[in-house]
Design a protein around this ligand. Structure first.
Ligand SMILES: NC(=O)c1ccc[n+]([C@@H]2O[C@H](COP(=O)([O-])OP(=O)(O)OC[C@H]3O[C@@H](n4cnc5c(N)ncnc54)[C@H](O)[C@@H]3O)[C@@H](O)[C@H]2O)c1
Ligand SMILES: [Zn+2]
Length: 256
C-alpha cells in the first residue's frame, strides 16, 4: 500500500471510529466547481484584485457601482456552478450517519445545493441581498434586476435603504447568532474534517485549536500546507474531489 492509500485508509478508519463529525470547508472546496479561491498561487482572486478596493464595506458604500460590477461577475460564476464530488461526498457521509454538520466560509451555497443538511454559512450567502438600513432579506435577484436596469444603488422596498449581497464584506463583523451556533457545533465534535481552507482568516483560523482543546481529532485535506498540519492525525495535500470519493467508498465497505 502506498503512502496516499494508507492515509486514505486511516481517514476512513477515523470516520468509522468517531461519533460526532463536523466538517469545516473553505474556498478550496469549490475550486473544482470552477469558483476560484482567494489564495492559491496563480489563480487566487486576491492576486488579481485588491480586496480593500472591491470587497470591503467601505468601498461598497463609497463606490457602489464599481463594487457591484465586480461582485456581479463573481456572482455569475457562482450562480452557474454546480456541486462537485467533494460536496456530494459530504452529503453521502451525512446519509451514512457520519457527518453531523458543516461550517463553511463559502458564500456559494453549494453545500445546500448538494443537499447537505445542518450547514452554517459563516460568511453569509451570495444568493441573498440584505438592506443595510432595516436588514430585510431578499433573494439576490432583487438586487441584480435593479443593477441590470442601470440602477447603481439598488434599494429596499420597505425603507429605500441600500441593498448589498448578504455576504460578509471586509470590515464587517460576522453575525453573532451564527458564531454562537458554530461554536456550539464545534464544542461537541470528536473529529474535525478540514477541507480546502488556508486557515488564515479569523475566526475560522481559531477553530482547529478550539476543536483540539475540546478533545477532537483533526484531519486536513488541502493542496497547500497549513499552519495546523503538524497538529492533525492525518494530512492529505491532495484535491478534495479526488480523495473524498475514495474515502467514502472505504467507509461504506467498513460499515457493511
Ligand atoms: N466559493 C466561495 O464561496 C469562495 C470563493 C473565494 C473565496 N471565498 C472566501 O475565502 C475566504 C477564506 O479563505 P479560505 O480558507 O476559504 O480560502 P483560501 O483561498 O484562503 O484557501 C483555500 C485553500 O484551498 C486549497 N485548495 C484549492 N483548491 C483545492 C482543492 N481542489 N482541493 C484541496 N484544497 C484546495 C488551497 O491550496 C488553499 O490553501 C473567506 O472569506 C470566504 O468567504 C469563498
Ligand atoms: Zn430596508
Amino acid at each position: 500500500m502506498n503512502d496516499l492509500d494508507s492515509k486514505i485508509q486511516q481517514i476512513a478508519q477515523l470516520i468509522i471510529d468517531s461519533e460526532n463529525i463536523i466538517a469545516l470547508t473553505g474556498a478550496g472546496m469549490s475550486t473544482e466547481s470552477g469558483i476560484p479561491d482567494f489564495r492559491s498561487p496563480g489563480t487566487g482572486l486576491w492576486e488579481k484584485v485588491n480586496p480593500d478596493e472591491f470587497a470591503s464595506i467601505h468601498s461598497y458604500v463609497s463606490d457602489t457601482g464599481k463594487n457591484l460590477k465586480f461582485m456581479l461577475d463573481m456572482g455569475m460564476q457562482i450562480f452557474k456552478s454546480k456541486a462537485n464530488k467533494g460536496h456530494k461526498s459530504l452529503t453521502k457521509l451525512q446519509k451514512l450517519g457520519k457527518l453531523n454538520g458543516v461550517l463553511t466560509q463559502n458564500i456559494d451555497g453549494l453545500h445546500k445545493r448538494a443537499k447537505t443538511e445542518n450547514v452554517i454559512e459563516l460568511h453569509g450567502t451570495a444568493h441573498e441581498a440584505i438592506c443595510m438600513q432595516c436588514h430585510t432579506i431578499y433573494p439576490i435577484t432583487k438586487l441584480i434586476d435593479q443593477v441590470l436596469k442601470s440602477n447603481i444603488s439598488p434599494s429596499c422596498d420597505a425603507c429605500n435603504g441600500l441593498l448589498k449581497p448578504n455576504a460578509i464584506f471586509f470590515g464587517e463583523p460576522l453575525n453573532s447568532d451564527t458564531l454562537l451556533a458554530a461554536e456550539k457545533m464545534l464544542s461537541n465534535c470528536d473529529l474535525f474534517l478540514i477541507l480546502g481552507s488556508s486557515l488564515l482568516v479569523y475566526p475560522v483560523a481559531f477553530y482547529p485549536r478550539k476543536a483540539l482543546v475540546n478533545g477532537s481529532k483533526l484531519v486536513i485535506i488541502n493542496i497547500q500546507e497549513t499552519d495546523m498540519d503538524d497538529q492533525a492525525e492525518v494530512v492529505l495535500h491532495e484535491r478534495i474531489g479526488e480523495v473524498m470519493p475514495k474515502i467514502i467508498e472505504i467507509v461504506i465497505e467498513k460499515l457493511h
